[in-house]
Design a binder for this molecule. Structure first.
Ligand SMILES: Nc1nc2c(ncn2[C@@H]2O[C@H](COP(=O)(O)OP(=O)(O)OP(=O)(O)O)[C@@H](O)[C@H]2O)c(=O)[nH]1
Length: 307
């Protein structure tokens, strides 16, 4: 898929914000002066890739521009896309797309865990894999019903118990059911919790421990991050990663924010792969992640004619 491929729409607001910032600079001309480099760093920070990575990238680009004698800002912006793509952690297709896998979705309230579970179930089902969903979010009755609706839409099995049931035992039942059905993929929704609540994080750690002990297939923990929370997503990722040793992240709600750079901030600073991207509320609004396409869609295209 080309430059404006799959993520174009989802990252539209982020790209427009970046373009606005850059056009102010490019209107002065494409010179690689101090004002350009400072402006570029500011635009990257505003796109929520994080202050540390923004200055790291700009330092590297500045150095490369001198060494390679890059002619102007347009050449730097092209190189920026390459550097952004290279800054993402390596992909891990075994989490959702290959072999047998048990995945626990974790994250703060409302991040999009239940919705993402449903969307991934649908994609896996469409590609011929058998899926069992588990509703370990027994805290919210509506979450159980919501996951049942998604299971129906995706045409997959679901294991659920009543509100207040022990989440670990729901996981246990789900894995048992998946084994009986010889399922390829088990997707378990957990209750939303604040990364700052030590008790809730400990409880989640126990649930993950039970699943790791019980499952025969590889167990993966995936953090769902709402992109609209911007840099707070990085704090969430840090806490969840240190408590649960995450395997990757799914970034949701990219359709409603200009803070699309958060996927890069998390992936780069914690060494976690971005596994999927949520770009809407519908069943098909989930995109596979590709670092190059993401970089293209985040930065957009600049050339002497369009500026
Ligand atoms: N625009 C948009 N909305 C999304 C996306 N993903 C989820 N949502 C919406 O976000 C809201 C919360 O999603 P849920 O899936 O219920 O979130 P959750 O993390 O399971 O919530 P808790 O169970 O309370 O922790 C719902 O209204 C979803 O439709 C997305 O990619 N884009």
């Amino acid at each position: 898929m080309g430059l404006f491929g799959r993520f174009t729409e989802g990252l539209q607001r982020s790209r427009e914000r970046f373009k606005e910032q850059m056009n102010v600079l490019l209107d002065r001309g494409p010179d690689l002066d101090d004002e350009f480099w400072d402006g570029l760093e500011e635009a990257l920070i505003l796109a929520d890739i994080g202050g540390a990575l923004a200055s790291e990238l700009v330092l590297d680009l500045r150095d490369t521009a001198t060494r390679r004698a890059l002619p102007d800002a347009y050449a730097v912006l092209d190189l920026l896309k390459e550097r952004i793509a290279d800054s993402f952690s390596e992909p891990r297709p075994e989490v959702f797309d290959e072999g047998r896998s048990v995945v626990l979705f974790v994250g703060i309230n409302g991040a999009g865990k239940t919705t993402t579970c449903g969307k991934i179930a649908k994609q896996a089902r469409d590609s011929g894999r058998s899926v069992v969903l588990g509703s370990a979010d027994t805290f919210r009755a509506a979450a159980i019903e919501q996951l049942e609706v998604w299971a129906k839409r995706a045409g997959v099995e679901i294991c659920a118990r009543e509100r207040g049931a022990d989440p670990a035992s729901v996981c246990y039942d789900t894995i048992e059911r998946a084994e009986a059905l010889d399922a390829d993929l088990v997707l378990i929704d957990t209750a939303g919790r604040l990364h700052t609540s030590a008790d809730l994080m400990r409880e989640l750690g126990k649930v993950v421990g039970v699943v790791r002990k019980r499952a025969d297939a590889p167990v993966h923990t995936v953090l769902v991050i709402d992109a609209t929370t911007g840099q707070n997503g990085l704090n969430q990722a840090r806490e969840f990663h240190s408590a649960l040793d995450l395997d990757g992240v799914v970034v949701t709600k990219l359709d409603g924010t200009a803070k699309g750079g958060i996927a890069l901030a998390v992936s780069h600073s914690l060494g976690l792969p971005v596994l999927k991207l949520g770009v809407g509320e519908g069943l098909d609004d989930l995109k596979p992640f590709d670092a190059r396409e993401y970089a293209d869609a985040l930065i957009g295209s600049f050339d002497a004619r369009s500026a």
